[in-house]
Ligand binder design. Sequence first.
Ligand code: BMA
Length: 300
Amino acid sequence: MCLKLKRSQLNPLFGPNPQHLWESRYVFNPAVVYDGSVFHMLYRAQGADMVSRMGYAVSLDGLHFNRMEKPVFSPAIKEELYGVEDPRITQIENKYYMTYTAYSPEGIKIALASTDNFISWKRYGVILPDFDPDKDAVLFPERINGKYVMLHRDPPSIWITYSDDLVHWSGHKKVADPINNHWENEKIGAGGPPVKTPDGWLLVYHAVQKHAPEPSRLTYRLGFMLLDLEDPSKVIKRTTEPILEPKEEWEIFGGVPQVVFTDALIDYKDQYLVYYGAADNYIALASCSKQEVLNWLKKS
Ligand code: BMA
């Protein structure tokens, strides 16, 4: 048996809100943190103008979310002119850091902001200026060997980079490439911030298949990798089959069809929760038990 995520019966958790111009068309790719009592969700939203902004929603059970009326993070600097996309949130030393894609005529680049309350933000601007296009940046929740560590996607692969201050990064090294199989032949990218387990850093990632003979058709699926605790540039294990792939109608049809895309892996009780965007149109949840991940790790 291969490892598969189970969808929540409440899926999709929510969709666009026609009452709000800024999120009237698409909501997707949420970042989520659980602070021990409240789930905080930042999600990407597009409305009438198709500019990506971020909405904020909270929940006590991780299933029913209350959203705010106005976006909490909108383009504000020239590097964000076309939108702020695909947030990932990591708590480091009592602060929440958000990595996101800043999209503008200057390129598609990784930017950083921090917050204590998800409403007021401090911007650090573009932090990997030399990489364009770059996406899918996730910060590890603690320093490793004294350094902050981040994964990002210099196409088509996942790369790692290191920093003393979260703003200046160096020591770029490739972590994992696409694989020429049926589901990850085109490109791969890190999903939510890695979760520490006794066996290694558990990373959820997305993998993109380019179809032949229709190369413009892409399918996005999810997989897991386990990275070495001391040297997370080393992949210890990687799923050979997808753990989630588009199957439901609202994952197959939408703003961009055939997409499941995640920005959040949450360690919650005896489960791992994976929040994801479906067809760039909806927000959904899938999960697996920690025991299932352990069984997968033990399997040779
Ligand atoms: C990627 C990102 C994601 C999106 C995905 C599928 O490049 O832009 O935001 O979900 O494409 O359209």
